[in-house]
Design a protein around this ligand. Structure first.
Ligand SMILES: [Zn+2]
Length: 441
């Protein structure tokens, strides 16, 4: 936590606040937040500035509702200090830093490049921009030469940077310090001047936005909270033959056609690139809803296609059907119900349908089989009340389960086929009693 008196500057405006209020019921606020988040999520990588503005608007609206001094809810510095002081956000930040390797890396890189300067101040003082191919530290030293007194601390963040530097210590890795940088990035966004677009300080925009989102998003109520999954999971759930090898995601086993389709998806959603069969994501996690929306808008539609052609399969059924086929259960047709009807698929023969429903009902009974058709029936105390969005999620869950256990399940399916379709009637066993052969138990 913030110990040094100079660090207290980062949250001074918050007074003796410990944590923002978190009212249980706040429909009006969440409606407002939802509209901004929709824009935050919709816009793609090219529109980082717009996305940041949308996220900031949502976070500030939330802070204004939870801040104790109702007379200052228009005061952005006050709200920023309240956010920086909030204990829950600080704890969550510390936890993420502890358990999430990628988050930690992002933070370490972010803090190592601090302080972040006010872009307009850099321009006013004719300090040449940070050339990102050069060492940040040399640039920082150059910029700090222009600092004359205490009051200049408002031109960079964290405001206590100079104190830490003079004490020959690193900037503490905690929420108040990190948030103060995020707030400075936001300031640059509005007051950075016309050169901000190409400014070195703009490098902080994307990480600042990602960090703010990752820490704050847990405040959203369940209906608004989006599900973030690792790329390996997202790919498996969508039926891609992805494999983790030495910490990287390989698609070496995937068909050329599906690799082309994946490349199209990656380009459409600005997700990263596929190079020499290795997927290089721009972020290690993806909001699954955003990924699925991208798949939805990129694939063709043909319910009768080959099960390994992901480009023509229904978004939420592609994975399930692909993995069933990989296990040796052939399908002829499938449909995810398009959010209206129940998802189903039709196998090549009745035995395959029985096998498929036996597998898919292994953990929870949720599919019905009739002839060659296997249909999702729902689960829980009231299966028929399953909501369309839940049904689609269940298809993805089932796909992931099949994918993760594919090696074992493949053996099971093969042996079940031998059991259920004997070529010749079994010979009657010779009668053996315990006395005759004591080894048999
Ligand atoms: Zn400090």
């Amino acid at each position: 936590m913030v110990e040094k008196s100079d660090c207290r500057k980062l949250t001074a405006e918050a007074g003796d606040l410990q944590a923002l209020n978190r009212p249980a019921e706040n429909a009006e606020l969440w409606d407002f937040v939802r509209s901004w988040l929709r824009r935050f999520q919709k816009t793609d990588g090219d529109k980082a500035t717009e996305r940041f503005v949308c996220l900031w608007a949502a976070v500030l609206a939330w802070a204004a509702k939870g801040a104790p001094d109702l007379g200052r809810t228009q005061d952005e510095i006050y709200l920023a200090h309240c956010l920086a002081r909030d204990q829950k956000l600080a704890e969550r930040f510390a936890n993420l830093y502890k358990i999430d390797k990628d988050f930690r890396k992002k933070i370490d890189r972010f803090i190592a490049s601090a302080p972040v300067f006010q872009a307009a101040w850099l321009q006013r003082n004719a300090i040449s921009d940070w050339d990102t191919v050069q060492e940040r530290s040399a640039f920082i030293a150059r910029a700090l030469e222009k600092i004359h007194d205490e009051s200049d601390a408002r031109f960079f963040a964290p405001a206590c940077s100079l104190v830490h530097q003079q004490a020959n210590e690193k900037i503490p890795v905690d929420w108040p310090h990190v948030f103060s940088i995020i707030a400075q990035v936001r300031g640059n966004l509005f007051h950075g001047g016309r050169n901000y677009k190409n400014s070195g300080e703009r490098q902080f925009l994307e990480p600042a936005m990602a960090i703010l989102w990752e820490v704050w998003r847990f405040e959203l109520p369940a209906g608004l909270l989006l599900s973030r999954v690792s790329w390996l999971r997202a790919l498996l759930r969508s039926g891609f033959m992805a494999q983790e090898i030495d910490g990287r995601i390989s698609l070496a086993e995937e068909t050329e056609g599906n690799k082309r389709f994946l490349q199209k998806l990656l380009a459409a959603g600005h997700f990263g690139t596929l190079k020499n069969n290795v997927f290089l994501p721009s972020e290690s996690y993806v909001e699954e809803s955003y990924w699925l929306r991208t798949v939805d808008s990129s694939h063709g539609s043909a319910e009768m296609g080959k099960a390994d052609d992901l480009a023509i399969m229904d978004t939420c059924m592609a994975g399930l059907v692909r993995w069933l086929n990989q296990l040796g259960i052939g399908t002829e047709l499938s449909c995810d119900g398009h959010g209206e009807k129940r998802p189903y698929f039709i196998t090549v023969d009745e035995e395959s349908a029985r096998l498929a429903s036996w597998l898919l009902n292994f953990k929870v009974p949720q599919f019905n089989q009739s002839g060659k058709t296997v249909k999702y029936a729902g689960a829980g105390p009231n299966p028929s009340a399953t909501k369309p969005a839940d049904r689609l999620k269940k298809m993805l869950d089932a796909a992931e389960w099949l994918a993760k256990n594919r090696d074992d399940l493949k053996i099971m399916v093969a042996s079940m086929r031998r059991v259920s379709a004997p070529k010749t009637p079994p010979k009657p066993e010779p009668a053996v009693t315990k006395e005759q052969n004591p080894k048999i138990k």
